[in-house]
Design a protein around this ligand. Sequence first.
Ligand SMILES: [Zn+2]
Length: 330
Amino acid sequence: MDINNLPKIELHCHLDGSLRVETVIELAQKDNIELDSYDYKEVKKMLSIDENCSSLDEYLEKFDLPNKVLQSKENLRRAAYELLEDAAKENIKYIEVRFAPIFHVKEGLRLNEVIQSVIDGIRDAEKKYEIKGNVIISCIRGLDLKHVFDSIEAGAQFIGQGVVAIDLAATEKEDFAYEYIEAMKLAKEKGFRVTIHAGETGFGKNVRDAINLLGAERIGHGVFIYNDKEAYELVKEKGITLEMCPKSNIDTKAVNIYDNHPIYKYHKDNIKVNISTDNRMVSNINLNEETSNVIKTFNVTLDEYKKIYINSVNAAFCSEETKKELLRFI
Ligand SMILES: [Zn+2]
């Protein structure tokens, strides 16, 4: 199978975790951001995890530096453009780019300016490459609730114009969902679709809560539904798509090796899965490599891959018209 030429759909990709190393160096130098070293190898080490990473929380520390360089309209626009450029070169036909606007207001940008800049970068790339993109607004668990409401208000101005969904990301505690019921209800009223990071670090029940209490239509990861029968059945019955990112799960020690990742088992059991990278830079991977790893580990056939592609298109938060175009590629 010629994996590079397969059309791909990426539903789970964080902008700040997917910068090019050379861009981080360039932006740091341009904006006088002090780094211990500006050498490619050294900066790469600062930005990506190694085998010593022991948890999701440790993994998340890698986002400090990327967010230092993403504090201007120009830099945000460039980062989004480059991500789509990289994706287009991997034959990704559609990508949903997520980021937390709250991380990008430290130098005075307003939340809506952050969002506009990322959309501008996506549009720039769409003009040049055969790829389409939309934005998912991430809110950060562990930060105050106010930023969730502020991010919803800011993002709502762009619904139908580049913003499609809301997400809750970062550190995952058991029963986190209860705190966000009101906020996610408001987001739905404002027209956001909903995807939630859940079942990433051990709590299958969180997936059930994300669906039942927060109205999640897709789940970020959902690895651990195998330890909660109800969550497993709910995902299956409702046809909820799991945005799965095996390398990231290996990095955070949710799974030890590819062979033990549940993605293929779930697919075989008619659970809808999508293959994504999560964070290209932090996890040191791209979608061609990730797709190749999954296909080779589990001997995925072309027909099975087609099914994954079609499920991913159907789960995308884009317009029906875009979906029709995307289905033509397979
Ligand atoms: Zn994620």
